[in-house]
Design a protein around this ligand. Sequence first.
Ligand code: ADP
Ligand code: ASP
Ligand code: MG
Length: 454
Amino acid sequence: MIKVMKFGGTSVGSGAMMAKTADIIMHERARKAVVVSAMSGVTNMLIAMMKEAEQRQEADLQALRQKHIDAAQATMTPELLDRYVPQLDQRVDGLREALRSYHAAPRGHEKKVWYDIISSWGERLSSLTLAFILRSKGCDAIALTSEEAGIVATGLPGNGTADLYTTSINLKARVLPAIGRGQTPIITGFYGVGPDGRPMTFGRGGSDYSGSVVANGLDADAVEIWTDVDGFMTADPRIVPKAKTLTVMDYNEAAELAYFGAKVLHPRTIEPARKKDLEVWVKNSFNPDGEGTKICRLRQPSGSMLRSVAMKKDLSIVKVYSGEIVYQPGLVNRILENVLADGVTTYAISTSLSTLAVLMPSEQVSESVERLRALKDDVEKVEVKDNVSLICAVGDGMLQTCGVSAQVFATVADAGANVEMISEGASDVALNFVVSNERAVDVVVKLHQRYIGD
Ligand code: ADP
Ligand code: ASP
Ligand code: MG
């Protein structure tokens, strides 16, 4: 039995949490590999540094370095601390160099590549720190970067996809033997090595995906996502404090909810696990004895009309007008190619005779609209509606049972919200619709109250 245990930012957010996490790892009897996020706040710190690096060539890395030293000092033996600090400093120096390259890089692709490389730096620091803390407690842990482990990525900076086949070959050659020797590899989450040999991240929150990629590559039996809540819940507990933990989910429901806003899992976590039929568990580092949520291929129907509800804010509807769009399949292709070029994410598409509407993150609208305006012979008009949110409602028989949508939309109306767009039927388990940002929280709260309960 091999397990992959992934620990998120809060689970390694301080010396005390790293020590707690080390105990959870050492308590696990199965053979295992660990994947780790940056300490909480560190990825945002790196992003703030890049903002500064636009103006100044030299960055102040003292606070970042000290945060890791403080975590180490709390738990490490003096001998190990003496060996740890020079290795940490080597990695901090690497960051300083990378920030200089970012400062000097010309705008465009090269700048985006350096932005992505620097975003990934926190995981190099946290994995080293956690490995040393484990060693202080007597565990034979080794820190491995994604480069060393052989996690390979393709795609675009900030939106990489793991090459599962090559990654698996590499992990079996480089990581499996260490596990066989009884060592515990502590691998950096969040990024792989891109086609040009440089780091490429899997997008914010991407360490969950790394955990699943490593589990797939090692033919593990399960991947555990250790975080700061008891499991996958019926809603985000920050919005619905009385949200309940689901004990079991199937891959589809978890993947849909994650894609449409449930931050507890990176949206791409399920696919590498599904491919090898391995279980995904969501567990709480603050409550390690809790049951957590098991996510697997199939589960018994629970009979609940609504199982969980997620929400994604700050989206826009881009509506493209052109006469009889549906009779020109080539045009539909051209419009979509232009809307979605350059890594734009889409959350829903709907068509009518002469319009095509696409739901996307507001921050990606201007580039898309610019490309559409260049199609001036084919496109009559482009309209953008900003400040909308997508609600994703997942339940048993969401689409098969008569009257469910009517009940959901009646509740939406009670929350004083107007439905701006609907996506129904594409998924077997989810009903997705768009409301204004302003009303989105109320809609989630009301749906939860009525169909799941307080
Ligand atoms: P980590 O740093 O461990 O990756 P994240 O902050 O990325 O943790 O994800 C955990 C958070 O996800 C929780 O604290 C919770 O607020 C949020 N969340 C959103 N939707 C859900 C949900 N359906 N179930 C549980 N947590 C959720
Ligand atoms: N550290 C990265 C982030 O903050 C990746 C992760 O935590 O999963 O987005
Ligand atoms: Mg996360």
